[in-house]
Design a protein around this ligand. Structure first.
Ligand code: ZN
Length: 658
């Protein structure tokens, strides 16, 4: 509803280009023109700050990344030979992938790229360039550059993985991420164990803003701050943040930015906590942003935080939707199929704010999350809460790009389901996400004395299943039509069909043959879909049918499927509330991990024939300030015409800080 009401069908091209396993999309910043001049300037300054840290992330993702990027950019810009050969095109693809992943490792699998060109060919291309283009001051000869970088690029045994998680190996020494140097995992763990004081109720996130190094027998941190490591980039970020203070929307926001600058100057983690608390409490500013060392997925030990940024402003209309849901949280809690003992007597819905992204940077660019829940500090979350947002215009771009690409036509059973999806899926998908975030995670309670970590490694898949099921159970409810969130009583079927098709089949396109499901969300989806398939078997609620040698999902009884979702929700809530580890393990291992290899092969083959890319990312809009006679900014204009390589090269040129 959000999309159809607000948008004209026009010429906006969401898909920019495809290469390797990637698709580049463009997102649209609805409502930017309607911002005040002051807000536009704020967005502009924060956007510049969002781009200044790009090189930091490249370096964090591997210590050779920046040098390799510069080398390939030189080739891209200056090679005068035949650019139409297959081998040269492989060089171009390598560079495009490197830009996408902010380094030479796949952004998702973390595996090092396998170049599609030979060492000899690369050497000959480099030799044809002016030597000053490929050799920086300290590396006097091309020979030396090749000796140092070629093994990193070509040898599959050298630094093969950005983040290694294989139990039993030294995760630091086997991971290429540039967060530790010259020490073992045990030494790093000991270093930080010593820092952690026994009973500190407000522990800072030790190590999150530094590289840990061992040199001459000494172990020390290189802090990422002004005057420390990455200083050149951080100074630029601070410069833009200072400008942003002058046009901030209110005193509270000024203070937030000031605290962030203070953190960047001192590296003091207590200041970062202060900043995080001030940031999460600010829900009134229209324009908002994240800028800093935030997520620790790139560190095998989960401590070091990669640099990222997003600039955004509130999507007022869509936020109203989540406010309606949240305001009715108690009704949903009271009417859920869960045992009374596991319900919250007083439940507070989370009013997830829907935002419009205006700029993505660092670890949110080009591949981005579509929702953010920060800060990550555990004690801050339990004492002060967190701020949760979903990014509406990125979801919109995903949906629009997927239209007409042949995917639904290939996998959906018949025209009936296809019509359902085309008619309702944009609305129901958003609504399911809202129910998941605003109600699902916050519903239910643990029985007294139950350890919140009792489900251990099965905990996160069970928790995601709980939130998904809460949303699935309520989608057909008349309440949603009464609240004006769904247009009619057929709409929910679109999400039911899409969910079952995804969980039973199509999400497998992201998994390589022979692998099992590991990621929590994927496990949760398969758990729900397979469980419902199995438990509705006798009544043939859902079936896998064969037609023209292809497998399809068919839903015969949508109302019965709702009952099954309700039943599983009640069981999953029991498992969570009682901390029933054994039941969690059984459910996950039985339904969520294994993949039928024959079906998997079929899905992959059908998907391959569509020539679609499983991973997507975004390029940013371009903001251009308009200057008045006295050099003051009188307007900021947004445009969407820049291409992928064009944008990457501009960033590499204008934000070359390291
Ligand atoms: Zn979730």
């Amino acid at each position: 509803m959000k999309l159809n009401g607000k948008m004209k069908e026009d010429e906006f091209k969401y898909v920019v280009e495809d290469f390797a396993d990637l698709q580049i999309l463009r997102y649209r910043v609805h409502g930017f023109e309607q911002l005040s001049l002051r807000q536009k300037k704020l967005v502009f300054y924060l956007s510049q700050a969002a781009l200044e840290g790009r090189d930091i992330l490249f370096d964090q993702n591997g210590e050779y990344n920046l040098r390799i990027r510069k080398l390939f950019e030189s080739i891209y810009l200056h090679y005068k030979g035949n650019r139409d050969t297959a081998e040269f095109q492989q060089i171009v693809i390598y560079l495009k992938r490197l830009w996408f992943s902010n380094g030479i490792y796949h952004h998702y699998s973390c595996d090092k790229f396998v170049p599609g060109f030979s060492e000899n060919y690369l050497k000959s291309v480099l030799e044809s360039l002016d030597v000053s283009l490929v050799v920086s001051g300290k590396e006097e000869t091309l020979e030396k550059v090749c000796d140092e970088l070629f093994p990193v690029i070509f040898n599959p045994d050298i630094l093969p993985k950005r983040v290694n998680q294989v139990d039993g190996e030294d995760l630091i020494q086997t991971s290429a991420a540039n967060y530790y140097k010259g020490l073992t995992q045990q030494e790093a763990v000991d270093f930080y164990d010593k820092k952690k004081k026994g009973n500190d109720p407000e522990p800072v996130m030790y190590g999150m803003n530094s590289r840990l190094v061992k040199k001459n027998g000494q172990i020390y941190e290189q802090i990422w701050r002004v005057g420390g490591m990455y200083s050149a980039a951080i100074e630029k970020i601070v410069g833009w943040l200072e400008k942003a203070i002058d046009v901030a929307e209110n005193d509270g926001q000024c203070e937030i930015i000031r605290l962030l600058i203070d953190f960047y100057r001192t590296g003091n983690l207590h200041v970062f906590d202060e900043y995080s608390i001030a940031w999460l409490k600010d829900t009134s500013s229209h324009v908002d942003f994240v800028n800093g060392f935030i997520e620790s997925y790139g560190d095998p030990l989960g401590m070091k935080a990669s640099w990222e940024s997003i600039v955004d402003f509130k999507d007022v209309e869509a936020t109203r939707r989540t406010e309606v849901i949240s305001a009715n949280a108690q009704w949903f809690e009271d009417h859920s199929p869960v045992d009374k003992r596991f319900k919250k007597e007083q439940v507070k819905g989370v009013s997830a704010k829907v935002i419009t992204a205006a700029m993505l940077g660092g670890d949110l660019y080009p591949s981005s999350a579509i929702g953010i829940n920060l800060p990550n500090s555990n004690w801050i979350r339990s004492v002060h809460g967190s701020k949760s947002v979903t990014i509406g215009n990125l979801t919109e771009a995903y949906n629009r790009a997927a239209r007409g690409n042949g995917f639904r036509e290939e996998f959906v059973y018949s025209k009936v389901e296809l019509d359902l999806l085309n008619r309702y899926a944009d609305i129901t998908d958003d609504l399911h996400t809202d129910l998941h975030e605003c109600l699902g995670h916050g519903s239910g309670r643990l029985l007294p004395g139950v350890d919140p970590d009792a489900l251990k490694s099965y905990g996160s898949a069970i928790e995601e299943a709980r939130a998904d099921l809460f949303g699935l159970y309520y989608l057909p409810d008349r309440k949603l039509i009464e609240l004006g969130l769904l247009p009619d009583s057929d709409a929910y079927k679109a999400e039911y069909y899409a969910y079952m098709m995804n969980g039973l089949m199509t999400q497998l396109v992201r998994i390589e043959p022979g692998r099992t499901l590991e990621e929590a969300h994927m496990r949760n989806r398969q758990l729900i879909a397979r469980w419902a398939l199995k438990h509705g078997e006798q009544e043939r609620v859902v079936e896998m049918v064969r037609c023209n040698d292809k497998t399809y999902v068919r839903i015969n009884d949508y109302e019965a499927l709702r009952k099954l979702f309700g039943k599983l929700l009640s069981e999953i809530q029991r498992i969570k509330s009682e901390g029933d580890y054994e039941a969690a393990r059984m459910l996950i291992e039985q339904y969520a991990v294994q993949i039928d290899p024959i079906l998997h092969a079929e899905v992959l083959e059908r998907y391959r024939r569509l020539h679609l890319s499983p991973y997507k990312g975004f390029i940013n809009p371009l903001y251009t300030p308009v200057y008045g006679e006295n050099g003051e900014i009188t307007d900021v204009q947004v445009s969407y015409t820049e291409g992928y390589a064009e944008q990457m090269l501009r960033y590499s040129r204008d934000f070359a800080n390291l």
